[in-house]
Design a binder for this molecule. Structure first.
Ligand code: COA
Length: 351
């Protein structure tokens, strides 16, 4: 018995933000962004109408329709995001409620492994399905980055890369030979702060030994330093990325995790019908493609149109490739991701 993807769906907000739009609000250029990242445009959600969960809901409805099941058949939800509606509770319960599944009181789990979130979520779903604990699981990745990016020149190295959107899959036990063959999950916390948003949080400078940076130098037991004016003034509530380290590590770890998936199942790169890498950066994807000797039609890239949507990027790309007819039932798919944590991992499956 294997865990099969029986439905896919994605949703991206209507508003298109081009590189030229960014040129108007910060010191950047279309040429710089295209050359370094491959991105031409991304989508930004409507702030007062959409959230990470509403986008996830749209993607989930499409995945459920595509699977040809009723929402009530879902008996567990796994939700990956780094941009949740609330600090707590997680988006899993909000999506459960929006889908009307609160009446069934099914479990809802949130995953916080950033760009690798969907791979972790899919792997967990696979374990639950194969042990027989659940029959039908909704696995979602959704991000609303536009809510929390520094859209000034100060934040340009990060903010030009990210976009909003959501993707979802429905998985179920299958005995027809298709389904997930392998997943591997990795992390190295040594690099936790190299791609991170460290505030708001509960550390008050504990890790960098600089409490004053967080306005916590005189903090007593009754002072809250979760978020304060010093944190805002120092722009610590925006994401930080050591771009060059991320790039150098990503190209190594992407190849390693894909090779691990292939070697543990006795496959080779030429067996892959479609590689769907997390859409981190087109240069990273092209590097992996070259290193693995894959043809253009063996790799799906859509970062040009959506930017990096973190946990949503793989399920968006998968659903888009299915919709475009670029993936057929029975195809061997490899999904792979690398990102903040650092975390990385991959999944190999017969679609
Ligand atoms: N527009 C114009 N110039 C920019 C810019 C922008 N949006 N962002 C940064 N720059 C400038 C820098 O200020 C720097 O200027 P300086 O030389 O005058 O100091 C110059 O461009 C080079 O910056 P650097 O950070 O060294 O660029 P880079 O060649 O490393 O490219 C990234 C930056 C982020 C595109 C690159 O490091 C990268 O792709 N990293 C991986 C990122 C990624 O994939 N993240 C997702 C992980 S899941």
């Amino acid at each position: 018995m294997k865990t099969k993807i029986i439905g896919t769906g994605y949703y991206v907000p209507e508003t298109v933000v081009t590189n030229h739009d960014l040129e108007r609000i910060m010191d950047t250029s279309d040429a710089w962004i295209v050359e370094r990242t491959g991105i031409h445009e991304r989508r930004f959600a409507k702030k007062t109408e959409e959230t990470t969960t509403t986008m996830a809901y749209e993607a989930s409805k499409r995945a459920i329709d595509n699977a040809g099941i009723a929402p009530e058949e879902i008996d567990f939800i796994i939700f990956a995001t780094l941009s949740p509606d609330y600090f707590f509770p997680g988006c899993g319960v909000l999506l459960q409620r929006m889908l009307g599944l609160h009446k069934k009181e099914i479990g809802a789990l949130d995953i916080r492994t950033q760009c690798t979130g969907f791979i972790y979520a899919l792997s967990i779903a696979d374990q639950f399905i194969r042990t027989g604990m659940y029959k039908t699981i909704l696995v979602v990745g959704s991000e609303m980055h536009s809510m929390g990016l520094d859209m000034t020149t100060r934040g340009r190295a990060v903010s030009v890369i990210f976009g909003d959107g959501a993707g979802a899959v429905v998985v179920r036990a299958s005995e027809d030979g298709s389904g997930i063959l392998h997943t591997n999950l990795h992390a190295n916390g040594e690099f936790a702060e190299e791609l991170a948003m460290t505030c708001p949080g509960c550390h008050a400078g504990h890790y960098d030994g600089d409490p004053a940076k967080y306005g916590a130098e005189n903090a007593g037991p009754f002072d809250a330093v979760f978020i304060n004016e010093t944190i805002l003034k120092n722009a610590l509530h925006y994401p930080y990325m050591n771009g060059q380290l991320v790039f150098k590590t990503a190209v190594v770890k992407f190849v390693e995790t894909i090779m691990e998936a292939l070697q543990s199942t006795g496959k080779t790169p030429s067996d892959i019908d479609m590689l769907i890498p997390h859409q981190a950066n087109l240069r990273i994807s092209k590097f992996i493609q070259k290193r693995m000797g894959l043809r253009d039609d063996q790799v799906w890239n859509n970062i040009q149109r959506y930017g990096n949507t973190t946990a949503a990027s793989i399920p968006i790309a998968l659903a888009e490739a299915v919709e475009a007819g670029a993936i057929q039932r029975g195809d061997l798919l490899c999904l792979a991701a690398f990102g903040s944590g650092f975390t990385w991992g991959s999944a190999l499956l017969y679609y």
